[in-house]
Write a protein that binds this ligand. Structure first.
Ligand code: ARG
Length: 473
C-alpha cells in the first residue's frame, strides 16, 4: 500500500527554486512539490516547447533585444536538448516542475549565460498556451488524417457490398431492406462531419498567443507577427489577457473528439451484434477477436467493445476540462495545468479507437445469404406494397396503409412472407390488386426501387461511393 507522502521541513536557501529563488528563502514542502509538478504529463510538449523557444529567440535577435551570437548559442543549445530528449538521455526533474523549466535549465547547463537571457518578453503563461495550442493543433491534424483513412476503409467495403441486402432497422426492429454498402456509407458521412469539426476548430485556434507575456503584454519591442509566422499561425492573438486565459481550443478539440467517439461507438456496437451468433451477419478474423480461456467456442469482439467503452473517457475528458474552466477568473490560474492530461488521454483513446475501427472494417466479412434471409423477415416490404397501392391503384396513402396492414395480418396467420401469399389471398382484401404487385415485393426489388437521392438502391450506392472518393479521399 502506498504510504502518504511525508511533509518535509524547510531546508536551506540553497534548495530554493532556481527560477524564482531570489525571493524564496526555503525549498517547497514535498507535497507542495508533488502537487505542483506537471512534468510527468507535459514532457509530451517538448517538441513544441523547443520550437516555440527557438522562434522566440530568433524574434528577439531580429528585434535587437538579444545579440545574434547569444541567439545562435540558444538555438544550437535547444537543438541539443531536443536530441537528448529524443535519444532518451535527458533527465526530467520534478523539482523543475514542468517541461518549460526542465528545458530551460538544461539549456543553461549546456550553454551557460545566454540561456538566462531567453525568458525575456515572455512568461510561462504565454509559453504554455503556445506549446499546448501547437500540440492540440497537431492532434486535430492527426485525428483528421486518421478519420480519412477510416473513411477509405468504409468506402472500399461499401463498394464491395453496394448490392448486399440487409435489414435496415428502426427501434432495432426490422424496418425496410437496405444494402450493407449503404449502411457503411452512413458512417462515411459521420466521419466527414467529424473531420470538418477538427478542421474548423484548427482554423479558429490558429492564432499565436506568444508575446502576451504574463498577461498584460510586454514593454519590449517584440514582433508578434514574426513569431506567429515562424510557428505556422495565421496571426497573433489580439488580446493579451485572452491569450493566456483561453483554453477554448482544447475544449473544441475535446468536443469534436467526443462526437467522433460517439460515432465510433455506434459502429462498434453494431459490429458486436452483427458478429454475434444470433445475428450472424458478419465475422471478424482471428486478428480482431479474442478467445475465452474457458469456453472454446467463443470469438469475442473485444476491440469493438473497448472502442464502445472509450467514449466514456472521451466524454469525460470534455466534461472534466469544461468543469476546470467554469468560473475561472481571468487570466491564468494553476487550475489550467489540468488541461493537458485530459487532452492527451482523449487524443490517445481517439486515435486508438479510429485505428481499431479502420482495422475491423477492413477485416470484416459478411454472410450475405443470412443477411438477405433476415432482411425479408418481419414483413419489411410492407411499405413497398402500400406504395404500390398508391402508385398503381391511386389509393390515398392512409387507406393503402390500412389494406397493407390487413395483408400483413393474413401473411402472419399463414406463417409466410408477404411475397409468398397467393394473388387470391391479396385480392380477398383488395380486389384490384393484380400480379404486377409481385414485381415490388421481395427484398431485391424493394432496395432496387429506392432510387431517390440518398436512397439505398444499389445503383445509388455505387454513385455515392464514387462521389465519396471525390469528396473525401
Ligand atoms: N505547468 C504550467 C501549466 O501547465 C505552466 C504554466 C505555469 N505558469 C505559472 N504562472 N505558474 O499550466
Amino acid at each position: 500500500m502506498a504510504r502518504p507522502t511525508k511533509t518535509s521541513r524547510p531546508k536551506s536557501k540553497a534548495a530554493a527554486n532556481p527560477m524564482w529563488g531570489g525571493r524564496f528563502g526555503v525549498a517547497p514542502d514535498a507535497i507542495m512539490q508533488k502537487i505542483n509538478a506537471s512534468i510527468d504529463v507535459d514532457r509530451r510538449l517538448y517538441a513544441e516547447d523547443i520550437a516555440g523557444s527557438t522562434a522566440h529567440a530568433k524574434m528577439l535577435a531580429r528585434a535587437k533585444i538579444l545579440k545574434a551570437k547569444d541567439v545562435a548559442a540558444i538555438v544550437r543549445g535547444l537543438e541539443e536538448v531536443r536530441r537528448e530528449i529524443e535519444q532518451g538521455e535527458f533527465v526530467f526533474k520534478s523539482e523543475l516542475e514542468d517541461i518549460h523549466m526542465n528545458v530551460e535549465a538544461r539549456l543553461a547547463d549546456l550553454i551557460g549565460e545566454p540561456a538566462k537571457r531567453l525568458h525575456v518578453a515572455r512568461s510561462r503563461n504565454d509559453q504554455v498556451a503556445l506549446d499546448f495550442k501547437m500540440w492540440v493543433r497537431g492532434a486535430c491534424d492527426r485525428a483528421e488524417a486518421a478519420l480519412r483513412e477510416f473513411q477509405r476503409a468504409l468506402i472500399d467495403k461499401a463498394a464491395l457490398h453496394a448490392g448486399t441486402v440487409m435489414p435496415g432497422f428502426t427501434h432495432l426492429q426490422p424496418a425496410q431492406p437496405v444494402t450493407f454498402g449503404h449502411h457503411l456509407m452512413a458512417y462515411v458521412e459521420m466521419a466527414g462531419r467529424d473531420r470538418a469539426r477538427f478542421a474548423d476548430a484548427r482554423r479558429r485556434m490558429n492564432e499565436c498567443p506568444l508575446g502576451a507575456a504574463a498577461l498584460a503584454g510586454t514593454s519590449f519591442p517584440i514582433d508578434r507577427d514574426f513569431t506567429a509566422r515562424e510557428l505556422g499561425f495565421e496571426r497573433p492573438t489580439a488580446n493579451s489577457l485572452d491569450s493566456v486565459a483561453d483554453r477554448d481550443f482544447a475544449l473544441e478539440f475535446l468536443a469534436a473528439a467526443a462526437i467522433a467517439a460517439l460515432h465510433l461507438s455506434r459502429l462498434a456496437e453494431e459490429i458486436v451484434f452483427w458478429t454475434g451468433p444470433q445475428f450472424g451477419f458478419a465475422r471478424l478474423s482471428d486478428a480482431w477477436t479474442t478467445g475465452s480461456s474457458i469456453m472454446p467456442q467463443k470469438r469475442n469482439p473485444d476491440a469493438a467493445e473497448l472502442v464502445r467503452a472509450s467514449t466514456g473517457r472521451l466524454l469525460g475528458s470534455f466534461i472534466g476540462l469544461a468543469t476546470v474552466m467554469k468560473g475561472l477568473p481571468l487570466t491564468y490560474s494553476k487550475d489550467m495545468q489540468e488541461d493537458k492530461a485530459r487532452c492527451f488521454a482523449a487524443a490517445d483513446a481517439l486515435m486508438l479507437g479510429i485505428g481499431a475501427m479502420t482495422g475491423m472494417i477492413d477485416d470484416i466479412s459478411v454472410d450475405a445469404a443470412r443477411m438477405k434471409a433476415t432482411a425479408s423477415a418481419g414483413f419489411t416490404t410492407a411499405t413497398d406494397l402500400a406504395d404500390w397501392l398508391v402508385r398503381v391503384l391511386g389509393m390515398p396513402f392512409r387507406e393503402a396503409h390500412h389494406a397493407t396492414g390487413r395483408i400483413v395480418r393474413r401473411a402472419e396467420e399463414k406463417g409466410c412472407d408477404i411475397a409468398d401469399l397467393s394473388l387470391a389471398d391479396m385480392q380477398a382484401i383488395e380486389p384490384r390488386i393484380d400480379k404486377s404487385v409481385f414485381k415490388v415485393l421481395g427484398v431485391e426489388n424493394s432496395v432496387a426501387s429506392r432510387t431517390s437521392f440518398g436512397g439505398t438502391a444499389p445503383a445509388n450506392v455505387k454513385k455515392a461511393v464514387a462521389a465519396a472518393r471525390r469528396r473525401f479521399l
